[in-house]
Write a protein that binds this ligand. Structure first.
Ligand SMILES: [Cu+2]
Length: 473
């Protein structure tokens, strides 16, 4: 025991000390394992994915209880605002055309609500309406109907109550939503082993979730675990569904000795399999990738150092997981080069507009077109059936990311460089002082109504970087 009171800076590094202590324990276990004849085991815990709730006969029924709870995360206990007492709420699995009946109970002391990120569903009534506010002590029944045309892939759900989104997602209120069928058209890939890797970061101070500033002392987790082990056979092909479902952090992923073969971005299948050594995931973005086991051994899945600009944030990289390749080798599947064609929306553009992201000089207020978010104002109006090219301009000294609800878009240009028509996304990074052109189809009758677009760094969104749009029939 210490004989003096710790000083402030020592308290600030308490979580680092806890992390070192945890690492020391892990190292002890590693030694025990190595002496038992299994050398070079880098981490002790096997990846544990969240529980799954699937639709039955076209309907998914689930209750989510938002309440302050004591959670276990990354080997620690902390008080946090979460769903169902868990840092990692259930994964919801549905098929295109299904209906989701979700009962959200708010036992927090502040408003909340529910958003299904990336789904082309109605923004009205009790569907994906982020203007709904579920007051403390209240419950809300959501009824969300997926169109039959919903693209199969990885989506996610989280609160979208303006002013509370960042804090609630940082506490752990976010989970995966999988629309099944991504690899169905490709018989050779239909039975590959699938893994869900959900990236979240947490700051714990004094036994509770804290906000120490973006990226400061953030513990990076996969499925709520620190450096879990993923096992595969040499030559085996696995589908990794990777989602950045944290609030504010970027990830730049790489896996030692193994390229990623990207098949989908933000729940939308690409036209071709894209080989990538690193994967950049903005807050809210997803990538679904095939990984083929290399030679037996252990390999690190890591995220690199991030610098979002002079007015932004810097944070160091981290080890996220350890891949252990072992066991009987499998003959590797020949991966396809082409998937299915994706329509280039550029020839269909019917109108253009420009959207400007900026912030105040002190960096505390964030604007779209010079205005902070006001939910009672309608900022953009479009007609159903139009396909628009939007230029998103970033006038700030840090990166921002553009996200629009209810519809994906095609990234047409980044800083004047034309992009291949290889797939759709629902999030795109906008470079500092630069611009991105996106083509947005407002063509699905489902999306008639009022919704929002915003920066998906949630602390920016909560501080004003969001605007409303109405799609009129
Ligand atoms: Cu931003």
């Amino acid at each position: 025991m210490s004989t003096r009171l710790p000083r402030l800076h020592e308290l600030a590094s308490l979580s680092a000390v806890v992390a070192i202590a945890a690492a020391t324990v892990a190292a002890g276990q590693l030694f025990a394992r190595a002496s038992a004849g299994r050398p070079r085991v880098a981490s002790d815990e096997t990846l544990r994915e969240p529980s799954v709730i699937s639709s039955r006969n076209g309907v998914l029924r689930v209750a989510l209880n938002a309440a302050p709870s004591i959670i276990d995360v990354a080997g620690k206990r902390a008080r946090a605002e979460v769903y169902d007492g868990s840092y990692l709420p259930p994964t919801l699995r549905v098929r295109p055309g299904d209906e989701m009946r979700i009962r959200l109970v708010n036992a927090l002391d502040e408003p909340t609500n529910l958003h299904t990120h990336g789904l082309s569903v109605s923004p009205r009534g009790t569907s994906d309406d982020i203007f709904l506010r579920v007051a403390p002590g209240q419950a809300q029944e959501y009824d969300i109907r997926l169109p039959a045309s919903q693209s199969p892939g990885l989506y996610w759900y989280h609160p979208h109550s303006h002013g509370n989104s960042d804090e609630q997602v940082r506490n752990g209120m976010s989970g995966a939503l999988i629309v099944d069928g991504l690899l169905d058209p490709f018989p050779a890939l239909r039975n590959v082993h699938e893994r869900l890797l959900l990236l979240k970061d947490i700051q714990i101070d004094g036994g509770r979730v804290a906000h120490l500033g973006i990226g400061k002392q953030s513990v990076r987790t996969i499925d709520g675990q620190m450096n879990p082990t993923i096992v595969m056979r040499p030559g085996e092909t696995q589908l990794w569904r990777i989602g950045n479902i944290g609030a504010d952090l970027y990830y730049e992923l790489s896996l030692d000795g193994h390229p990623f073969f990207v098949v989908a971005r933000d729940g939308h299948r690409l036209a071709r399999v894209e080989r990538a050594d690193t994967l950049v995931l903005s807050p809210g973005a997803r990538a679904e990738v095939l990984v083929q086991g290399g030679a037996p051994g252990t390999y690190v899945l890591r995220t690199g150092d991030i610098d979002t600009g002079p007015a932004g944030n810097t944070y160091r990289g981290a080890t996220l997981a350890t891949l252990r390749v072992e066991g009987a080798p499998e003959h590797p599947i020949a991966l396809p080069t082409d998937l299915l064609p994706v329509e280039d929306l550029r020839p269909r553009v019917t109108g253009r507009r420009t959207i400007v992201f900026s912030e105040s000089r002190d960096g505390n207020s964030f604007f779209i077109d010079g205005k902070a978010f006001d939910m009672s104002r309608t900022d953009q109006r479009v007609k159903l059936g139009t396909v628009e090219e939007w230029t998103i301009r970033n006038q700030a000294d840090e990166r921002h990311s553009f996200h629009i609800h209810q519809t994906p878009f095609q990234v047409a240009e980044i800083n004047g460089v034309a992009q291949p028509a290889d797939g759709y996304r629902d999030i795109v990074d906008v470079p500092i002082g630069g611009e991105v052109k996106v083509v947005i189809p407002f063509t699905d009758p489902n999306i008639v109504g009022r919704f929002v677009f915003h920066c998906h760094i949630l602390s920016h969104e909560d501080r004003g970087m969001m605007a409303t749009i109405e799609v009129d029939p």
